[in-house]
Structures are given as C-alpha cells and as structure tokens.
Design a protein around this ligand. Structure first.
Ligand code: GLC
Length: 530
C-alpha cells in the first residue's frame, strides 16, 4: 500500500479485542491460549471483524494479567510459543484479519532482566533505565513523592539497599526512564521485531504516562502534572511513527490515552504521531440522548481538526461490561465512581447494549469490540473475593476481574467449552451464560451474536457507512438520530416511550421488534432513506 492511501484500513476497521487468558483454552489448564484462539478463528471470520487486538501474550509473572512484561520478544508458556504466535498471525491474515499487538512501554515486570540487573548492583547501567531515588526524611525512609498510583495507593517501593523505585501501577510494574536513549532504542527495536513478523498495528498501553518531571514535584491542582501527558511524550511517538512508516504505510499505532481534555487528546493524533486512540469519552458517556449527541460532536470535532479517524469503544478488559453499566440507574463509567454491587436490570442493559451496537457500528470511524460483547455478556459481579486476581482490587476496592471471565462457547454448563470438561476456568462463569454461548446464539435471529454479525456484514456493503460525513436528523430531543451519506440513517430511541420513525424506504436492521413504524424505547434501527 502506498503511503498516500486515502482509505487505509485503520480508519474504519472493526477491531476485536482478544484477551488471551479468557478467549479459549485448548490445553486444559483453565487459562486461554494461542491454540484456543487458532481453533476459534472461524468465530471471528463469521463475525466479520477486520482486525484482532491481542492483549499482552508475552512472558510475564502475571502480576497484572500480562501487563507486567518480562520479555517483549517471546510468548508466555501459559499461552504457547513464538512459533504458534507466528502461525496465528499467518492464519489470521489468510482469513483476511489483521493483527494488532499490545506494547506496554511505561513499565516492565520486576522480573525483567533489566530490573534484576538494576537491583543486583547500584552501579549497574540498568539502574538508570528506571526511577531509583533516595527517600526523604532523616533516614530516607519516606517516599520520594506522595504521588498516588493509577490503581490507587502509593507509587514507590523501597529496595534492600535503601533506595526507592517508582511504579505508577503495581510494585511489580516498574516504571521505565524514557529520558534514557537505551530505553527509546529498545522499544523501537521491539516494534520492528513485531512488524517484521507481519503484525499490522500496535496498541500502546498507558500512552500518556511515559515521561516524568525529573524534579519530581508533587501533584498540585492547576500546575503541570508531573507524569500525565508531558509535552515531550510526542517526540517519542513521532519516532515510533517513523518506524511504522518504514513498513509501507499501512501499520497502525493506536494509543490508550485517557484524557478528559479533548485538545490534549487530539495532540496524540497529529499526522506524524499515532493513527488512532481509544475514545473513552464515548465509553464513559451516560445513556442519555443529549450527552451522547454532545459526546459524538466533541469527538468528531476534535478528530476532524487533525484529520484523524474517530474510534467508538463500549467496553474493554478494564471497565465494567456495558450490559451491566446500561442496566443501572447511573449509566456512566469512571474509575472514580465505583458502582459495584448497585442494582442492575440486565434485561434493560441488554436492550440498550443491542441499540448501542448499532450506534457504535454506524458512526464514522473505527469500532472496537471487546471479546464477549458480541455474546451480550454481562459483568460477573458474583466472583468470590478470594478468587480475585486483579491488583487493582487491593488498592482501589474495585476488581476488573468481572469483565475478564472466560467466554462461553458451547453446552449447558460451565466451563461452556472454554476449556476441557474437567478443568476449572481461571475465573468462574455465571451458570446463566448457558443462553449466551456462541453455539446457543448461532442461527437465532434475536440473539446478540446474530445482531453483531448482521450489523458488521451490512456495514461492509452499505455505501452510507463508507461516507465520511454524518449529519444529525432532527427527530426528537430524546432520540439520537443521524444520516450517513445520502441514503442511510441510524435512529436510537433513548426515551421511555415509543417514537415515530422518520420517513424512510426500508428498515435494514433493528435492535428490537418495531411496533409498526414506531421505535420502542432503548431500541435502534438502521434505515434506508430512499
Ligand atoms: C492499561 C491496561 C490495564 C493495565 C494498565 C497497566 O490501562 O489496559 O489493563 O492494568 O495499563 O499496564
């Protein structure tokens, strides 16, 4: 593909996130693996996705489910081998599916050889690849700063020689010093390692956190933040972009950038930086027509200003599944607003999730699907605390395990074909998922799975959904309605009463049963206008 391709794949792809621990387990140890993914590639082909984003599959002590990497150039034995990863990339490509790998540049596992060398001797050159600092106070036994971590809790751990090292996440995730040229060179080499193996894109973990203010100031409201979104981070992504562009121009860099200020967010998507970034504004938005329209407007305006494609994300491995979120009275998501255990109406949440699928798959840009959302899975809020594995739980009183439960594939009881019949999945599956298996839903026109399949298939062929433009349709204040191109419209009824549909020629797809020409509450429809 030429560098100037006006319609590169990443601008409007449907990208499916595979969380390898929980997708499918072929070897019967209760944890998903690459053989399991290879055996279920047909599911992704039938779904019609354009690309897979693979959450980390590298060797890791799994202190944070693989986001604590000890070797970026291999595969953890629990998942398989590098040869299997290469085979998976090839098989995905043969099925017309691109592959995106997840790179975690902010930190390394405390088991990484660099950190082990740094701990072994205060004179080791590796010491400077991290943030070792003396403590404050007379005996140096106070942390160098009072920074709060991204999981909550403190951010420094003391080593046996008395110095402290920085970790914005768990102590097993040691922050790298991105001012060091060896660190920069290492990650460029890691990018090449995976691009050379044919991967089509990189998802960049915690992309805005890499640089720290070397003076280590405290976090003070109204003053520049010491580790969020420092200006120098853009130079790092410019150099990554140069590496990606060496590969012919169709390799994509996709950033995980949590940032409330849209203009600061958009800086990451300037033409010589990242290609795309996850839209957490949309993910966290309430099921509310005015707020949703404002969010879409804000998103499109920010991206248009720099010519980047918008993305539409409803769920991922870090957030409460949206069937559950949309079934609560507070339908927003934020880590600071812990709604765990508050009442959920799963039927309502499912109805809204179906409508949200038609929304997120028909807005202009790329759409991300988190594994299991196509099955309509909800958050498992009944995992015994003793089974929690997420390091966030201890520090923040919220566990992300409920959205990471292994997928149900077949059969009437757990483990629902996720693993061998006698094995125990690494997190428990709700018994009610017997109706949500891929097998139970296949061929059922009312199922979530068939809705996603139909929507993605239509998205491929519907000319309006390939148009760049989008315009609001004035239906009613309680409705989110827009056209794409001249002949397509999506109408989402977010009110609690049925509404009249605008003039149209035919209904292409509906998320629920229409009442003649009336659209019931919490239902969406795709229309052919003429
Ligand atoms: C990102 C990942 C999350 C992980 C964290 C630390 O936010 O999505 O799962 O815990 O970074 O790597």
């Amino acid at each position: 593909m030429a560098l100037s391709d006006p319609h590169p794949w990443w601008r409007d792809a449907v990208i499916y996130q595979v969380y390898p621990r929980s997708f499918a387990d072929a070897d019967g140890d209760g944890v998903g693996d690459l053989a399991g993914i290879r055996a279920h590639l047909g599911h992704l082909s039938a779904l019609g996705v354009d690309a897979i984003w693979m959450s980390p599959w590298y060797p890791s002590p799994m202190a944070d489910a693989g986001y604590d990497v000890s070797d970026f150039r291999d595969i953890d034995p629990v998942f398989g081998t590098l040869a299997e990863a290469e085979a998976l990339i090839e098989e995905a490509h043969a099925a017309g599916i691109r592959m995106i790998v997840d790179i975690v540049p902010n930190h390394l596992s405390s088991e990484h050889p660099w950190f082990k060398a740094a701990l072994a001797s205060p004179d080791a050159p590796e010491r400077d690849y991290f943030w070792f600092r003396p403590g404050r106070g007379e005996n140096g036994d106070e942390m160098p700063t009072d920074w709060r971590g991204e999981f909550g809790g403190t951010t420094w751990t003391r080593t046996p020689d008395g110095s402290w090292y920085l970790h914005l996440f768990a102590p097993e995730q040691v922050d790298l010093n991105w001012d060091h040229p060896v660190v920069r060179a290492e990650f460029e080499s890691i990018l090449r390692f995976w691009f050379d193996r044919g991967v089509d894109g990189i998802r960049i973990d915690s992309a805005a956190l890499l640089l720290k203010d070397t003076a280590l100031p405290e976090v003070v409201e109204g003053e520049p933040h010491p580790f969020h979104d420092l200006d120098g981070v853009h130079e790092i992504y410019r150099s990554w972009r140069r590496v990606a562009d060496e590969y012919g121009g169709d390799r994509a860099l996709i950033g995980e950038v949590w940032m409330p200020e849209v203009d600061r967010f958009a800086n990451y998507l300037r033409p010589d930086e990242l290609h795309a970034a996850f839209n957490f504004d949309f993910l966290g938005c309430a099921w509310d027509p005015r707020l949703m329209r404002e969010c879409v407007d804000r998103t499109l305006a920010a991206h248009a200003a720099i010519g980047a494609p918008a993305t539409w994300v409803l769920s991922n491995h870090d957030v409460t599944r949206h069937v559950t979120r949309y079934g609560r009275s507070d339908t927003t998501f934020s880590f600071d607003n812990n709604l765990d255990g508050t009442p959920v109406d799963l039927e309502l949440g499912t109805r809204r999730a179906r409508a949200a699928a038609l929304l997120s798959l028909s807005l202009p840009g790329a759409t991300y699907i988190y594994q299991g959302e196509e099955l309509g899975l909800w958050e498992n809020e009944n995992i015994p605390v003793s089974s929690y594995q997420d390091p966030m739980w201890e520090r923040r009183g919220h566990s992300r395990d409920g959205c990471r439960v292994p997928l149900p594939w077949t059969g009437d009881e757990a483990p629902f074909g996720f693993t061998t019949a006698t094995a125990t999945p690494w997190l428990p599956q709700p018994a009610e998922w017997k109706d949500r298996t891929a097998q139970a839903q296949t061929g059922d026109p009312n199922s979530m799975l068939e809705l996603y399949r139909s929507a993605i298939a239509l998205r491929r062929v519907e000319p309006g959904l390939h148009a760049n433009d989008m315009a609001w349709l004035d239906v009613s204040a309680s409705v989110v309605a827009y056209t794409r191109g001249s002949g397509f419209a999506c109408v989402v009824n977010m009110s609690d009463a049925p509404i009249d549909l605008p003039d149209h020629q035919s209904t292409l797809l509906a998320s629920g049963t229409l009442d003649g020409d009336r659209l019931p509450p919490d239902t969406a429809v795709w229309l052919r206008l003429h």
